[in-house]
Design a protein around this ligand. Structure first.
Ligand code: FCB
Length: 513
């Protein structure tokens, strides 16, 4: 019976030694010009400055596993993934890449690939498993050991304090809409800076603060799964207070510390040349890209709203501008893709399109609706699409980096994440190599455009490829692969993809070919 079933699925026809049933795609050699692609000369000529920090990124819940070991408490992502119906294939981060146990091997990979910076995140629920107060020594000791391995490899640790895995106890107190979380977060930051400040000097409070507040409280696709725009507004304000408090807690505990950010950004272009579309594009940029950056650097929110800002709903109090303000030492942000934006007015549906962690949020009057920003943002499909459905548009990083440079007085910039999803697997005919040529093409284009921004004066000092490893991709579970290293989740075997080998050569030579 089993054999017959297999045959019906086309699985049992292969004799031993025959090539795999699902061959790898033919190498990516587009014969027609690819819209948005960078000309070959732009890639040939691209150069990066001496000392440029080539890096790779991961995040605790996506790679660590060991979800309940060494005293770790439950996080909202543990709860969400364990609940039915949230994650594709019912996948969870319980084991993920088992990086918690295999970190030495993974850091050795970074070293082998000539990496100079490792962006990772700490799981708050390992440090304070059950509530505020005394930390869990086993959790702290784990990260001390990881940092020692990173530093021994001659690699700079870049620590994100919060990559979405809120301790469940903090959610039980109301989560980010509860203003008290700013204080709890500052306590946690102080503990980290005291315990790890001798090893870590580069800190980012939050990964993609707009996304986790909007997705978690505004539209409910992330934990805790709430869909209420007013809750999002409150959560966003708490996070911006927390960002300021965290800045001061870290600086107060570690004199060597520098504090920056890891915002999610997407350059936005107006759909038409109308004044209304230009204004909507500016609101999108204010909301998605620089809401928290502006709060930190200027102590005020940028103009993301039509009419009077809903400060009361956000829970703003007199003096909050001073709490929000934090003169970041450097500005970190991600680049994946771009948006086209138009004025939404009030006659629209509230529909959303989701591409992994990139949600193109419409506005409207249902489910996550928002009468305040009134923009309509879509991701165009002029360029090629990755397996995750994101448009490949190299020019976007140039426009974004140069805009942030101009608007914020030429800060030091770190690209905290950039990458693409393709599903290439080991190819038996080539000794198990992983010829992920589309990923190489993606990075060549984006990096050529980044080099051009640097040549035009932007002070970019680091670039982190997402990701060191294929890993747990949030709602998509293990069905999306962003790694420059392939992970076989059945036995945790790592194999560096062709893109990883190529990126290692880029890191050694500061050029793309
Ligand atoms: C970013 C997230 C990261 C990963 C990539 C693909 O938005 O910060 O954790 O999921 O997308």
């Amino acid at each position: 019976m089993a054999a017959a079933g297999g045959a019906a699925l086309g699985q049992s026809a292969l004799a031993a030694g025959e090539p795999s049933a699902i061959p790898n795609p033919v190498p990516y050699r587009p014969s027609l010009p690819v819209p948005g692609a960078v000309a070959a000369a732009g890639i040939e000529d691209a150069r990066f400055p001496d000392g440029f920090l080539w890096g790779m990124a991961t995040a605790s819940y996506q790679v660590e596993g060991a979800w309940n070991e060494d005293g770790k408490g439950e996080s909202i992502w543990d709860r969400f993934a364990h609940g039915a119906g949230h994650i594709k294939g019912s996948d969870t981060g319980d084991v993920a890449c088992d990086h918690y146990h295999l970190y030495q091997q993974d850091i050795a990979l970074l070293k082998r690939l000539n990496q100079k910076s490792y962006r990772f995140s700490i799981a708050w629920s390992r440090i304070q498993p059950n509530g505020t107060g005394a930390p869990n020594q086993k959790g702290i000791d784990h990260y001390k050991r990881v940092m020692d391995a990173v530093l021994e490899g001659g690699i700079r640790p870049f620590c994100t304090l919060y990559h979405w895995d809120l301790p469940q106890w903090a959610e039980d107190k109301g989560g980010w809409p509860n203003r008290d979380l700013a204080g709890y977060f500052a306590d946690y930051a102080g503990i980290l800076a005291r315990e790890l400040g001798d090893r870590i000097t580069v800190w980012a409070p939050f990964n993609m603060p707009w996304e986790f507040t909007y997705y978690g409280y505004g539209i409910g696709i992330f934990p805790p799964g709430k869909a209420d725009f007013n809750q999002f507004l409150k959560a966003a304000h708490t996070v911006s207070l927390a960002q300021g408090e965290c800045f001061r807690a870290i600086k107060g505990a570690s004199s060597k510390a520098t504090v920056g950010s890891a915002y999610g950004m997407a350059p936005a272009y107006p759909k038409t040349d109308s004044e209304a579309d230009h204004a909507a594009t500016a609101r999108f940029h204010a909301m998605k890209n620089v809401f928290f950056l502006n709060a930190a650097l200027k102590g005020e929110y940028p103009k993301a709203f039509v009419g009077e800002p809903p400060y009361e709903l956000m829970g703003m109090r007199p003096g909050d501008d001073k709490i929000m303000r934090a003169p970041l030492d450097w500005v970190g942000f991600h680049y994946y893709t771009r948006r086209i934006v138009s004025e939404a007015g009030k006659a629209h549906t509230g529909a959303q399109q989701q591409y992994g962690t990139e949600v193109v949020a419409d506005t409207g009057d249902t489910n996550g609706s928002d009468p305040y920003t009134q923009y309509h943002a879509v991701m165009p499909t002029e360029g090629p699409l990755t397996h995750a459905g994101l448009e490949v548009w190299p020019r976007g990083i140039y426009d974004l980096v140069t805009k942030i440079s101009r608007d914020y007085d030429h800060p030091i910039i770190e690209i905290s994440e950039c990458g693409c999803c393709y599903m290439d697997t080991p190819y038996e005919k080539e000794n198990g190599r992983i010829p992920d040529e589309r990923r190489i093409a993606f990075f060549k284009g984006v990096l050529a455009e980044l080099a051009r921004a640097i040549a035009d004066g932007a002070k970019v000092r680091a670039f982190h490829a997402w990701s060191l490893l294929d890993n747990f991709e949030w709602n998509d579970g293990y069905s999306q692969r962003y790694g420059l290293t392939y992970v076989d989740f059945r036995d945790q075997k790592r194999t560096v993809k062709d893109s990883g080998l190529w990126y290692g050569r880029v890191a050694a030579s500061n050029r793309l070919s």
